[in-house]
Design a protein around this ligand. Structure first.
Ligand SMILES: Cc1ncc(COP(=O)(O)O)c(C=O)c1O
Length: 434
């Protein structure tokens, strides 16, 4: 299309900045519309089950915010976030081995906003972000919106593979590319649900240090473990080379939109300026509500409640997968929200999605989590939101679709060569741990 002429749908088409081209609707976004119909069992989104949070706890916090702190809570605040909340955030992070000072923390509008600010500080067009393959879909959208390229590192059941990180860095350097940072979700990764082992955390930090690469550690799920706590955060042992991102979205409520970043001193100063430029100050009201919640409610007990809820749902999904799809493989997460299901090589989860939705079940196709078209024969299944019964019903419906597709492909492969070729690079997708 001629850029100068615009198009019928958008007369301003030719006016956009070049980086706007990176802002195409993600597959997840399109899915939300379809999957929100009540008759569809959605295993697609990553919505926390906020109904497990007792209303009176929130009401008390909101009441106290208005009654006792109204003048501050309804006012603009500091671009770095309220000192009281930053102090409390230190307590939350201490649970994962992080020891920092109040000045090290910058409060943001969810960790998504911290990702945007970090990208704004570091990414020029053509720069490279190294990320796990697969990785969090809306992080990929942010990196693309700053016209950066994403290079994926292989994953297995212990998280990102250090040798693949080494190889990727060497290849990019050989090509003369500029690597700006490694983006990683070490605990209960989105979308695979796997956790980077302690040994690998140390090795990844070592590789990053040797190669002068900043690490962005995104950790929304670390406290939501089911049996054993994950290894301590990478930031707990590296203050200078890691930007750590945290959030209250999964341990309290995403509607409050409060997250934070902890960064080395000079970066932190720039983050505050970028935060001010974007929003002046993060919501004083939401920050005060969280401060009141943390000081009046048993928030650690509430995190235990969330763990119980999600553990039961994970078990329901694993049980149903074992029962309904025993020939396939999947990851077994020890926390978080997600299971990664691998289909036979010749299957395409994106092409299969309309059939699944017709069968009243939705999932997120694997390709959404790769910047390079990989992941066709995989999908992310979320167990966070539907009840255990709905999860079992959803997997039953999914099995009908997958089994139907598998027999169709078997039938065709006996009569003619397959039109669908596997796109999987050897070793990119995880071996089964299911
Ligand atoms: C890995 C990861 N990072 C960041 C976010 C964004 O979270 P927040 O609600 O704090 O913006 C999510 C949300 O699902 C996520 O899964």
């Amino acid at each position: 299309m001629d850029k100068a002429q615009g198009n019928n749908l958008d007369p301003w088409y030719s006016h956009y900045a070049e980086r706007t081209a990176g802002l195409s609707a993600s597959e997840v976004r399109a899915l939300f519309a379809v999957a929100s119909r009540p008759e569809v069992v959605s295993l697609a989104g990553g919505m926390p089950f906020v109904s497990a949070l007792p209303q009176e706890l929130v009401l008390t916090a909101v009441e106290r915010t208005v009654r006792d702190h109204g003048a501050v809570a309804l006012q603009y605040g500091s671009g770095q976030g309220s000192p009281r909340l930053r102090e409390q955030i230190l307590e939350v992070m201490a649970l994962e081995g992080i020891h920092a000072g109040v000045d090290d923390v910058v409060v943001t509008t969810g960790s998504q906003h911290a990702l945007e600010l970090v990208s704004k500080l570091f990414l020029d067009p053509g720069d490279v972000v190294i990320a796990e393959g697969p990785s969090y879909v809306t992080a990929l959208v942010v990196f693309r919106s700053f016209q950066a390229d994403v290079a994926h590192v292989e994953m297995d059941e212990l998280g990102l593979v250090p040798q693949s990180l080494r190889d990727t860095i060497a290849r990019l350097r050989e090509q003369g590319r500029t690597i700006k940072f490694l983006y990683t979700i070490p605990s209960f990764q989105n979308p695979m649900g796997v956790t980077l082992s302690w040994e690998r955390r140390m090795e990844v930090l070592e590789i990053a240090r040797e190669n002068d690469i900043l690490v962005v550690e995104d950790n929304p799920y670390g406290l939501l473990y089911f049996d054993q706590a994950p290894p301590q955060a990478m930031r707990s042992v590296d203050e200078d080379g890691v930007i750590y991102l945290g959030t209250f979205s999964k341990t309290l409520a995403p509607g409050l939109r409060v997250g934070w970043a902890v960064a080395p001193h000079a970066i932190r100063e720039k983050l505050i300026l970028a935060n001010e430029a974007a929003v002046l100050s993060p919501s004083s009201f939401a920050q005060t509500v969280i401060s009141e919640y943390l000081s009046t409610a048993d928030w650690k007990g509430q995190i235990n409640t969330f763990r119980d809820v999600y553990r039961e749902r994970r078990d329901a999904m694993l049980g149903a997968l074992n029962e309904q799809l025993p020939t396939l493989s999947w990851t077994v997460p020890n926390g978080g929200f997600y299971i990664w299901l691998t289909l036979p090589n010749n299957m395409d989860s994106k092409a299969m999605l309309p059939r699944a939705v017709k069968e009243l079940v939705a999932y997120t196709p694997g390709t959404a989590f790769f910047a390079d078209g990989n992941g066709r024969n995989a999908m992310r299944l979320s167990f966070c939101y539907p009840s255990p019964d709905f999860i079992r019903e959803g997997i039953r419906r999914l099995a009908i679709v997958i089994n139907g597709e598998m027999s169709l492909l078997t039938e065709f492969s006996q009569t003619a060569p397959l039109a669908v070729q596997p796109t999987r690079r050897e070793g990119v997708l995880p071996p089964s741990v299911g």
